[in-house]
Structures are given as C-alpha cells and as structure tokens.
Design a protein around this ligand. Structure first.
Ligand code: NI
Length: 201
C-alpha cells in the first residue's frame, strides 16, 4: 500500500470519528451469552473497506460507552476477525484495533486473574492465561504489526482473541465458579431464549 493511500485511510477514520461524536455516535447492541454468534469461529476480513473501518469506529465508540477494556466484533453481532482493546479505564495509555489477529507466541509462565465480559454481564471469575504473548495483526491503516504484551494488556488481547474463536471466558471457570455465577448466567440465558428463540451455550 502506498503512503498516499494510507493517508487517505487515516483521514477516512478521522471523518468517521468526527461524525460519530456527539449524538451521531454509533453505540451497538451487545450480543450476550446464549447468542449463537458468540460461539461461531469468525471468518477473516478479506479487504479493508469503508465498512470494515466503520465497524472499528463503532466498536471503539461502543467500548468507551460501556467502559470496558476490550470488545470483539462478534459481541456486537458482526462475525468478523476484528477486535479493539483500550486500557484507558485501567489507567494505561494503550489503545489498539486489530484485524485478522494471530497469537504467535504464548509464554509458558501463566497467572490467574479475575475477568469479566460485556457479553456476560455481572459474571466474574478467575482465568488462567499465559503471562506474555506476541500477537500479529493488521491495524486500521493497513499496516501489519507484531505486538508483545504482558500483564493486563496480554490478558485483554487473549480474552478478545478468544471471542473471534467462539470461546468465552466462562469456559475456563471451575465448576465452583460456574455455581457461584449460576443465577446471573441463567438470567442471561432466559432473556436470550425469549428474545432469540434459540440459544447456544
Ligand atoms: Ni468478552
């Protein structure tokens, strides 16, 4: 991709950001636990189109409104390999959007920490994950990058990567943690059974 084309893409992103600020900001509806889209392996993005850039802006807007630190496209009903991570709520100046990400390294050292998910509201539990990862993916400007991450950043990237694979953080729960959260999980499932007619747990 030429530099000029990159600049054009950047300005497009800025226009979208500007357009969706204020009352034009697109806040997308969240797909919650039981919605079959959360269990699908999302297909790759084949071309960086305006539509894809808009999905990214909408994900960023929705994430900031929901005050989460990560959001993947399937969570807003779009089955594509795209996610955004924004660590500003945890006081870190890290914000990234990745297209077609791939985890290319996982450390042998692992640690456990509490996680939650915008698609599984009010449910919390400990998840064991590698401490450090390297992830390769495309940025919204079309550039391919490899990111080395540790701590909360590595955790957020892995949680979001799982979403595009159809994996949820509750899949790592112990039977005890499932039991502790049983009431909230059943409430979400009941809601989706009525709303969607069909659920996939
Ligand atoms: Ni999540």
């Amino acid at each position: 991709m030429t530099f000029k084309k990159l600049a054009k893409l950047y300005s497009r992103i800025k226009i979208y950001s500007y357009y969706f600020q204020g009352n034009k900001m697109a806040i997308l509806q969240m797909a919650t636990y039981g919605n079959p889209i959360l269990r699908a392996k999302a297909p790759e993005v084949t071309e960086l189109t305006d539509e894809i850039l808009k999905v990214i802006v909408d994900l960023e807007d929705t994430l900031s409104r929901q005050r989460g630190i990560g959001l993947a496209a399937p969570q807003v009903g779009i089955s594509k390999r795209i996610f955004v991570v924004d660590l500003s709520p945890s006081k870190q100046d890290i914000k990234v959007a990745l297209i077609n990400p791939e985890i290319i390294y996982r450390s042998a050292e692992m640690s456990e920490n509490e996680e939650g998910c915008l698609s599984v509201p009010e449910v919390w539990g400990n998840v064991l994950r590698p401490d450090e990862i390297k992830i390769k993916g495309m940025l919204p400007n079309g550039r391919t990058v490899t990111i080395r991450a540790e701590g909360i950043y590595a955790r957020a990237l892995q949680h979001e990567f799982d979403h595009i694979e159809g994996i949820l953080f509750i899949d790592y729960f112990s039977p005890g943690e499932i039991e502790q959260n049983r009431e909230h999980l059943d409430t979400i499932l009941d809601h989706n059974r009525k709303k969607l007619g069909r659920i996939l747990i």
